[in-house]
Design a protein around this ligand. Structure first.
Ligand SMILES: [Zn+2]
Length: 257
């Protein structure tokens, strides 16, 4: 599932492919997407120019020159494919954006859970996101104060996009391993020193992620995620898996306290 680094990588490719270009046609191909972006609304995009593409958390915002915002989210398996308007469509094409220069961006998504929504100029999307990990205003003291208000163990709290934007299941687990914090530690009980270590680990993990298409295809780089039974990279203890809030958590029971 794409997390912040993968979405950032997608946005960078998209920015190169689409910024400054004028939309010739938007086609919505999947019924679930058509319910969000009707054919009439898709037609209304014709002639609009893409001013810039922005990432916020795992969200992608196409800022149009008329002030409207096209909001995309990959959810599980979405991605952009860049090509020409006369290319054959890939099997899992869900929407296409054709530009007046003959180029095309395709939303490809085997599981078809990606979303596309169009927001009017006077009604920008309300994403309800917490700070980006890279935000200098996100200090250890600020993060500690935010975590001290949360109930429950730290791992599910890290997935709450209102607390910190962009983390998903993989990098939350990885960050906890790097900062030696048990995923079961109550978020509100972490010391400022632990939160400082956690924040540093989150920043390191995200920076190091290459942002290849799917993190899952490069799990060999990861410390704990999807490594149940394999030796901890610090102390050789077999990595364990627990389920928290319906999601798998991988951790080392020895060095994460
Ligand atoms: Zn360990």
């Amino acid at each position: 599932m794409p997390e912040l680094p993968e979405v950032e990588s997608a946005v960078q490719r998209l920015r190169t492919a689409a910024s400054g270009k004028k939309i010739a046609k938007v086609s919505v191909l999947h019924p679930a997407l058509k319910r969000r972006l009707s054919p009439a609304r898709a037609r209304s995009l014709r002639g609009a120019r893409i001013r810039d593409v922005e990432r916020r958390g795992k969200h992608q915002l196409f800022h149009l020159d008329d002030g409207r915002v096209l909001h995309a989210h990959f959810r599980m398996t979405g991605d952009w494919l860049m090509g020409r308007a006369d290319d054959e469509l890939p099997r899992f094409a869900r929407a296409t954006i054709d530009f007046t220069d003959g180029s095309r961006v395709v939303l490809e998504d085997p599981r078809a859970l990606s979303t596309l929504d169009l927001h009017a100029a006077d009604a920008p999307p309300e994403l309800g996101l917490g700070p980006e990990p890279s935000d200098p205003a996100l200090t250890a003291a600020f993060f500690h104060a935010a975590l001290s208000k949360k109930r429950g163990p730290i791992k599910p709290v890290l997935l709450d996009q209102r607390v910190i934007a962009g983390l998903g299941n993989i990098y939350a687990a990885e960050s906890l391993w790097h900062s030696r914090i048990s995923p079961e530690t109550p978020a509100s009980s972490l010391s400022v020193a632990q939160v400082r270590a956690l924040l540093a680990a989150i920043r390191r993990v995200i920076k190091r992620a290459t942002g290849t298409r799917y993190t899952d295809s490069s799990v060999s780089r990861l410390a704990v995620y999807d490594r149940v039974g394999k030796p901890c990279r610090r102390d050789k203890t077999p990595i364990e898996r627990i389920v928290q809030a319906g999601r798998s958590t991988y951790y080392c029971p020895t060095c994460q306290r």
